[in-house]
Ligand binder design. Structure first.
Ligand code: MG
Length: 353
């Protein structure tokens, strides 16, 4: 199945000429996918490099002087800017680092652009910058270029951050969303939904029992450990749209079915309780330190063991298997019922990253 076929399946209605942007267009769901299909791919797809863009990977893999480079960019508009466990600056560093890492690359260099609203406290900007510096140090990447723009009071929400990142893809590493095969194992690297619930708890002012904090983390060492342990075919960080959306994207890109055991998918108890209270489905809540890996069946146990030796991968486990098409994701619930996991139109939680 081509990318066009996959889009046609889940977002059939073309964008109308008088349609306007909704908050939901910024989510990882079908509204955003329609923007890519009907606005960005028609504009940029026919150009040089359009083939790589159309792969819709976490990062593009391009060749410069015989060296394969993974290259990605991401904007951060999370509200509020500071929340338990992380903030907009740390997310901006880790988010781009992780997209580069998901292509099997070791991220090396970042740029950062800041859009500031008139009236923002400089102390808040300094706090964001200092946490970005710590995140760069932790992941051993260098921030080497940047830009600052200011908009009038009322034209922004204090501070938006855009980062871009590059890293070298080692020889022999071939990961991409289109490489899943029937029989492969589906691995999740840690408990899901913590990031979205942490942001939501700060946004709503609701205090939950137990410690809930964002899982934001650089997944570079985790990915390298997994790649070194066996044949990892696909990697994707389960950010906007959560685990469900990422699984649908991988199933569609590879033209395979995916079956998930709900009971195998880790969710921390306080996060599960908070989701129930807020009416959120943890499968659709954003993560900032969890990856999905599709792994060759014979290597699955070894890859999970390797992941568990890394601090950010101690919760790694096999949660499902890949089957022959049709390209869809089925969830076997704790009650033994099987139901499809689809991509939502918008997001349960806008402005989550
Ligand atoms: Mg990603």
């Amino acid at each position: 199945m081509t990318v066009d076929d996959a889009f046609a399946l889940r977002c059939p209605a073309p964008i109308a000429p008088d349609e306007r942007i909704l908050l939901g267009h910024g989510s990882g769901g079908t509204l955003g996918a329609r923007l890519v299909r009907d606005v960005f791919l028609p504009a940029f797809g026919p150009l040089r490099g359009g083939g790589e863009l159309s792969r819709l990977g976490d990062a593009a893999v391009v060749e410069i002087g015989g060296v394969r480079i993974a290259f990605s960019t991401d904007s951060f508009v999370v509200s509020p800017k500071f929340f338990p466990g992380s903030n907009i600056g740390e997310l901006a560093v880790n988010g781009t680092i992780n997209d580069v890492a998901m292509m099997g690359a070791r991220p090396a260099f970042l740029s950062a652009a800041f859009i500031l609203e008139e009236g923002l406290e400089v102390a808040q900007l300094a706090a964001v910058a200092s946490s970005m510096a710590e995140a760069c140090e932790r992941a051993r990447v260098a921030l080497v270029a940047g830009d600052t723009k200011v908009v009038e009071r009322g034209s922004g929400d204090g501070l938006f951050v855009t980062t871009a990142g590059i890293g070298v893809v080692p020889d022999g590493v071939e990961v991409g969303p289109e490489h899943a095969r029937p029989g492969d194992a589906v691995v999740v690297t840690g408990p899901i939904a913590s990031h979205g619930v942490a942001v939501m708890s700060r946004r709503s002012g609701v205090e939950f029992d137990g410690a809930i904090s964002s899982d934001s983390a650089p997944l570079v060492d985790l990915v390298q450990a997994m790649l070194g342990a066996g044949s990892v075919r696909c990697l994707r960080d389960a950010t906007r749209g959560g685990l469900a959306t990422v699984l649908v994207e991988l199933a569609e890109a590879s033209g395979v079915g995916i079956e998930i055991e709900e009971r195998s998918v880790p969710v921390l108890d306080p996060v599960r309780a908070a989701c129930e209270m807020l009416g959120l489905d943890p499968f659709y809540v954003a993560n900032e330190g969890v990856a999905v890996a599709i792994v060759a069946p014979d290597d699955a146990e070894t890859v999970v063991d390797a992941a568990r030796r890394i601090p950010d991968g101690v919760g790694a486990r096999i949660v499902g298997t890949v089957s022959e098409g049709p390209a869809r994701v089925m969830l076997r619930t704790g009650l033994g019922v099987t139901r499809p996991l689809i991509m939502l139109a918008g997001d349960q939680l806008p402005r989550i990253c």
